[in-house]
Design a protein around this ligand. Sequence first.
Ligand code: FAD
Length: 482
Amino acid sequence: MAQLDRRNFLAGAAVVAFDPADSRWLSSLPENSTAIQLPPLDGELVTDEEALTEAATDYGHLAHRRPRAVLRPGSVDDVVTLVRFANEHGLVVAVRGQGHSTFGQAQADCGVVIDSRTLATIHEVTPDRAVVDAGVQWLDLVRIALVDGVAPPVSTDFLGLSVGGTLCVGGIGGASQHFGMLVDNTLELQVVTGDGRLVTCSADHEPELFEAVLGGLGQFAIIVRATVRLVRAPALARVYTLTYPQVTDLTAAQRTALADGRFDYLEGQLVPTDDDDFTFVLEGGAWYTTEPPDDAALLAGLAPAGVDVADVPYFEWLNRVYETVEQIEALRLPSPWLNAFIPDAVTDEIVAELLKTLTPADAGGVALLYPTRRALVTRPQVVVPDGEVFFLLALLRAVSPPDDAHAERLIADNDALYARVLAAGGAQYPVNALHLTPADWRTHYGDRWPVVLRDKDLYDPRGVLTPGQGIFEPVSRAPGTP
Ligand SMILES: Cc1cc2nc3c(=O)[nH]c(=O)nc-3n(C[C@H](O)[C@H](O)[C@H](O)COP(=O)(O)OP(=O)(O)OC[C@H]3O[C@@H](n4cnc5c(N)ncnc54)[C@H](O)[C@@H]3O)c2cc1C
């Protein structure tokens, strides 16, 4: 899954032309036809069944929109070429990173999917930054950076995600309480805008574009390269697993730990019990290299019912869920996820309501619940609630055995929970299976909506990019019309 299989790569039927009369891609250019030759590519555009099926599939196994072709770019120029071609011929384009979306966000119905796994070079690692292609997995960057004793300041729980895919959504983890999200630790981007311009942007250069793209759900530009911040990494993680009988005990302890920032990493979980209920777990991490942390100081005032302490190499800690996720992925289960940001003041109330009906099976096993600081989330496209602190609630649902009706019911549950969270001043973290209309997205962006519209007009005026998010009404296109 992680890297493209070379044999499959070579087996693809390469495309050389496009016939706008019937939107067909052709592997030869017939004489006297209306077909248009594709400009030369360093990689290749393919239309074989395997490539199209993969591009119509994601982690969620709920949405299946088939593209008509898949680009495996051999260079950034290929991305520019394809996006310009799409603008000229009225095609939609989406990048697929590691395809860990849950509801077709990286799909492009009848369009072209760019498979970013062929753009996966780590160009440079220095003590304070790395320059990487968008198709690089965080796992590969972390592995290489740790050789030099550095790592990104914050990591997602699962490292098998692409840099481009996570920078499109935000990238939250247990260290976000100190460093914000991955997007807050991105220094520069090289992007291909929706109208096909290759631009380097940062807080100082083209700042509007930089702000539009980070957390921009792929709507304005394709990220082809990113410069991300690195910090000195510890050798070890001491991990404290604290159990609580009541969810309010958990959130109280989390608030105490967040307030003084005692842990380097702070998350929490609703963990299924044998009697089909939940117990509540605070997960705190303290990093160290030589001097172990002071257990008593770290546990003071947290009043857990149970304590487990373990030391693990830092890399193992960062990569702790990789194998489990791979095993789950192999089952290809419908996975209607719901991730929401809930204002601190209403978190206990909303979670208590949820727990009245939530079963471990409907939660997908473990659910995540942890607080972070709003002030550290600095990128305007990432919508988070007002107030000093908000909680992430993540229902990582999986329907086992696969059952369409059950999956639909859970998506309807997601819709209802999202409505409740929204009414209480919360927001969705947009990696979900939710039925969202463009009007819902307007609500999501709130006061920022005029800026979102302006940026779409500025950077992707023909609405070429990333239709799978469903943020804008589809642009109607007669075949072959630009
Ligand atoms: C098992 C698992 C664990 C996760 N853990 C976390 C976590 O701890 N924290 C967290 O924040 N999130 C987490 N997520 C959510 C994850 O960050 C997002 O779903 C992310 O978008 C997935 O990255 P991807 O490479 O698979 O992206 P894809 O699913 O391939 O794409 C996601 C979206 O980004 C667009 N896109 C992808 N690459 C680019 C690019 N280069 N330029 C422009 N647009 C692009 C796609 O078109 C699509 O709209 C997790 C998801 C899974 C399945």
